[in-house]
Structures are given as structure tokens and as C-alpha cells.
Write a protein that binds this ligand. Sequence first.
Ligand SMILES: C[S@@+](CC[C@H](N)C(=O)[O-])C[C@H]1O[C@@H](n2cnc3c(N)ncnc32)[C@H](O)[C@@H]1O
Length: 209
Amino acid sequence: MMIIVWVVVALLVAFALVNVYWRYASRRGSHPCPSWLAWTLEGRFVAWWTATERTLDRIGLRPGQRVLEVGPGPGRLLIPAAARVGPAGQVVGLDVQQGMIDRLLRRTAGAANLTAVLGNAERMELATSSFDVVYLAAVLGEIPDRAAALAECFRVLRPGGRLSITEIAGDPHFQSRSTVRRLAEGAGFRQSEVLGRWYSFTANFAKPA
Ligand SMILES: C[S@@+](CC[C@H](N)C(=O)[O-])C[C@H]1O[C@@H](n2cnc3c(N)ncnc32)[C@H](O)[C@@H]1O
């Protein structure tokens, strides 16, 4: 019995150490969630656990909007987001890993209003003022130069457009509400609302018109 307890404790300590190392390594270089772990972001249980539909409610998508998700992974949010904006809207996912893009495209074959592009949030090859909404979920802390990424979000949003940032505690790259606010305001955004609690929240910002 004691041996089982020690094995569990050792696994928990190892998990915590990997989390801490990964979090701080990401400040120095790009260490995104590897695409072989994409399966951990898929399925009904994950959608329920991470409150996918509630997050989309909080982001506030409407039919006809042109929307960018930075770091969509395999599309936990982007695929239902495409349904929300409807055929008159368009969603684009920009991810730094080809493996994530491939997985996303395999899961979305046939969605005419969804595009996935390979690219880095720190220097997006996307047109200025071309989106109504830009959102990030469980991504900001993975980006080494978060200020550059938010400056790019500012550039690609139209004046009056919305930036939405969702963070979920337990993610090794979790960013607090105050950090998110400081970084977004540093890029020129104005905070309009924060929905949820400190451990799972969506902070919405406006690009001044
Ligand atoms: C933890 S996953 C989150 C996926 C999705 N947003 C979700 O909530 O299910 C983080 C994603 O961000 C992507 N990512 C990390 N750094 C990035 C960067 N600099 N530019 C674009 N995407 C990035 C990773 O490749 C990965 O797909």
C-alpha cells in the first residue's frame, strides 16, 4: 500500500516540476503544447470540462463576423465558432505548429467558412484591420513575446473590434487576470469586461474606434 502512495506522490511531484519548468522555459523560447498531445483537447468530456460553449458565449460571437483564433490547436473552440458565425461569417485559425493545423483540417473537412493557416502570433501574415474579433484561449502564456503577439492582435483587428482572452487554471501557462489586463492595455486595448472567476475567466477588450 505504501509503495502505491509513494508512486502517486512521485508522479504528482514530477507533473508539478514539468509544469513549472515548461512555464518558465516558454519565456525564453517557443515551447507550445506539442501536437502529439492534441487529443487531450478533443472530445465531449474535454468540451464539458473546459466549458467550450460557455467560453464561446463569453467571447460573444455573432453571425456574419470575421473571426481569428490565435492558437486554435485541433479546433476545440474554432469548429463550434464556425457554426456560430454561420455561412455569412468567416473564422481563421492561426497556429505555429503544422501538426495542429493538419489535425484541425482533418476534423473540419467541408467547413466552407473555416480556414487554418500556419504562422506565429508574434508576426502574423494577415491583413491589417481585417477581423471583427480576435480571441486566444490557453495560448498567451505559450508565446515567448506576449507583447509582440498582442500588438499583432491590435493591428489585425478593425477599430472597435474585440480581443478576447480566456485562461484556465491548471494550464501550465496560465496567466492571471491582472497580467492579461496589463499586457492587453500595453498593446492599446481597453478592458470592457471580465467574465468568470479568477481560475477560469474570459477578459474582453476593445480596440478604440
Ligand atoms: C494549449 S493549446 C490551446 C488550443 C485551443 N486554443 C484550446 O483552447 O483548445 C495552445 C495552442 O497554441 C499554439 N501556439 C503556441 N504558441 C503559438 C504562437 N506563437 N503562435 C501561434 N500559435 C501558437 C500551439 O501550437 C497550440 O496549438
